[in-house]
Design a protein around this ligand. Structure first.
Ligand code: NAI
Length: 419
């Protein structure tokens, strides 16, 4: 057995052991096999937790095809350990070009998937653009991230969407845990591992105070950093202010930051005029989906020299001698850094349970859903929360009949005690 295959199997076994919601669902679904006859394509960061989702889908009867959603984030050992399994076929490689990623997506589409579980709408957009012949066979898409839901909405606006899509990202069980705690912990963990520097006492600038930015900012503060937020949205800026963070335009924040972390889902958040003001030694990292949040072309243009400073860090020397450091080419720091393994297993257990349960619901209900972006029904979200609580051994109170009646009432006579 190759070393790759052995480490891939180990990583999968470790992930399985820490994904109890999947274990519970797998046991049930392998008996019922509700997805028998379906071809489900999963486009995501192909590492061990994603592998566990693929295994559960295969046990549920689906023929599973996988591909990477980003050039730097898949792990070759896990890909090998998945490709040896019955019912799972995949096309993913680490550290590839955008062109190679496109080729791998095309190979996955040859399987003519009937459903796609997507990340950032990468495979969905590819299919709509390049394989319109497949669209009539597609029952729907489940989308797991913020940027992907925005892209599918844009497809709908353009008249390019011919099937229903579930906005899995928007479910509480996904974004209140994955985006906040998952991105918060894994972006900082991998930034610190890659730089081997201390966060305590440093000036950290977080661009974007949405779910991911909230997670990164609060956890950086908990580690002792002085955190400044930049925003474009007035309520998000106010929320950051009232949570005790400094809020500044990037032009001012640029001059004070030791670390910069972008998590906006937007482009050019750090660009030429910001880089020009930065301190010597500033470290730039991105945790938003695309590697366009930090304008690396501007950085390259301003540099008189560039060199590899450490694995995963490129140093750009400006004309006056300042050195600005870019972490993993501005790609997702928690997934593309040399030591990166993505979010913690427990968080991905929830995210992928939501993808799985949304897919099962979509499979049963697709014919009654119009093309468009739909919320995942709340009871699906609630079911996953209940399974998760059960695996944790946590119990909650139950509503009494009187409490339920009270909550359902509007007449004062029903709301107040008769005495
Ligand atoms: P969100 O929509 O909740 O928050 C984004 C925030 O950025 C908003 O408050 C928005 O006003 C702000 N923003 C937009 N343009 C800005 C600019 N030019 N300057 C400053 N702020 C700006 O989105 P969420 O869920 O926080 O996701 C952000 C990005 O992270 C998306 O690309 C998403 O796909 C990605 N993501 C990454 C993960 C990871 O593993 N690294 C996990 C989950 C999401």
């Amino acid at each position: 057995m190759s070393a790759d295959l052995a480490t891939g199997r180990q990583k999968l076994a470790w992930a399985r052991a820490h994904m109890p919601v999947h274990n519970a669902l797998r046991e049930r679904l392998s008996k019922e096999r509700p997805l028998a006859g379906e071809c489900i394509a999963v486009c995501s960061h192909i590492e061990a937790k994603t592998g566990v989702l693929l295994e559960t889908l295969a046990r549920a009867g689906a023929s599973v095809v996988f591909t990477g959603s980003e050039p730097g984030s898949s792990q070759d050992d896990v890909v090998a350990a998945l490709n040896e399994q019955d019912g799972i076929t995949g096309y993913a490689e680490r550290g590839i070009s955008e062109e190679r990623l496109a080729e791998l997506h095309s190979q996955a589409l040859v399987h003519a998937p009937t459903m796609i579980l997507d990340d950032a709408a990468e495979l969905t957009a590819r299919m709509v653009n390049e394989r319109p012949d497949l669209l009539s066979g597609v029952k729907g898409v489940c989308e797991q991230t913020t940027t992907g839901v925005q892209r599918i909405q844009a497809m709908l606006g353009d008249g390019a969407l011919s099937f229903p899509a579930y906005a899995v990202n928007h479910t509480p069980m996904k974004h209140e845990f994955d985006n906040i705690h998952g991105t918060g912990e894994s972006a900082l963990t991998n930034l610190l591992l890659t730089t081997n520097l201390l966060l305590a006492g440093k000036q950290v600038v977080v661009a974007g105070y949405g779910d991911c930015g909230v997670g990164v900012a609060h956890k950086a503060r908990a580690l002792g950093a002085q955190v400044t937020i930049t925003e474009i949205e007035p309520r998000a800026a106010l929320r950051a202010h009232m949570n005790g963070f400094a809020v500044l335009p990037m032009l001012e924040a640029a001059a004070i930051g030791d670390f910069f972390i972008t998590v906006t889902g937007n482009r050019d958040v750090i660009r030429r005029e910001h880089i020009e003001r930065m301190q010597d030694g500033a470290i730039l990292a991105n945790a938003g989906h695309f590697n366009v949040e930090i304008n690396s072309a501007d950085l390259a243009d301003l540099a008189v020299a560039r060199r590899q400073a450490r694995p995963g860090i490129e140093a750009f020397e400006l004309a006056d001698g300042r050195q600005i450091n870019l972490v993993c080419e501005g790609r997702l720091v928690n997934l593309a850094a040399p030591t990166a393994m993505g979010h913690p297993a427990e968080v991905m257990d929830q995210t992928f349970a939501m993808q799985l349960m949304a897919a099962l619901h979509l499979f049963t209900n697709h014919s009654s859903l119009k093309p468009g972006v739909h919320p995942v029904p709340d009871d699906v979200d609630r079911q996953v929360a209940e399974i998760k609580l059960e695996t944790l051994g946590i119990q909650t109170d139950q509503l009494t009949t009187e409490q339920q009646r009270f909550l359902d009432s509007w007449r004062a006579s029903d709301l107040l005690d008769p005495d």
